[in-house]
Design a protein around this ligand. Structure first.
Ligand SMILES: [Zn+2]
Length: 188
């Protein structure tokens, strides 16, 4: 998939996963790390968005490992998460990176090329819904974003924005009740 699609799905995946992981969904650092994680697997492709910006490194990785090899496998996620955790990285760093990374793998599985998810096994895993860069890609991404947003994403996010804005403290606790009572009286 294209970089923009990976970023959108990485952010959505993080916003959905964060409340379950007990981490702040809207924290800019976590969102940035989720975006980084969503782009990181394509370091094995010199023409990807990240590969172009890290050209000497991406060319070396592509030559050594090939595109959609070990970087696009469950082993890569586990190894990176293990290395970061044992290196002393806190969960607010490891978790969004891992979620973003996993979202990239899930998104690439929706293309016909699929992934060698269980690398080093040669089996390819795919649920081919659209080719990378095809006109159907934005449609598939939009449907996934709608699915993520309609169920779990929007209500907790609005609640968090409301809590962090400080407005929750400014509103007297009984105000809602009085307002509600007035509304019910009027509606009778
Ligand atoms: Zn990829």
């Amino acid at each position: 998939m294209m970089a923009g699609s990976h970023v959108a799905l990485g952010v959505a995946a993080w916003l959905v996963a964060a409340p379950h992981l007990g981490l702040p969904a809207a924290a800019p650092a976590c969102l940035g790390l989720a975006i980084l994680g969503s782009l990181l697997p394509d370091i094995d492709h010199p023409k990807s968005w990240l590969g172009k910006r890290l050209r000497p490194l991406s060319s070396t990785v592509a030559a050594a490992l090939g595109h959609r090899g070990v970087t696009h496998s469950a082993a890569a996620v586990a190894a990176c998460a293990w290395a970061l955790s044992h290196g002393g990285a806190p969960r607010w760093v490891v978790d969004p990176l891992a979620v973003g990374y996993l979202s990239h793998l899930a998104a690439d599985m929706l293309t016909p090329s699929g992934l060698r998810l269980a690398w080093p096994l040669r089996q390819t895993w795919a649920l081919p819904l659209c080719k990378s860069g095809s006109p159907f890609e934005p449609l598939v991404v939009a449907l996934l974003l709608y699915w993520a947003g309609s169920g779990t994403l929007v209500p907790p996010l609005l609640q968090e924005v409301w809590n962090q804005s400080g407005m929750a403290q400014l509103v007297p606790p009984h105000d809602g009740g009085i307002h509600h009572a007035k509304m019910s009286k009027r509606s009778q």
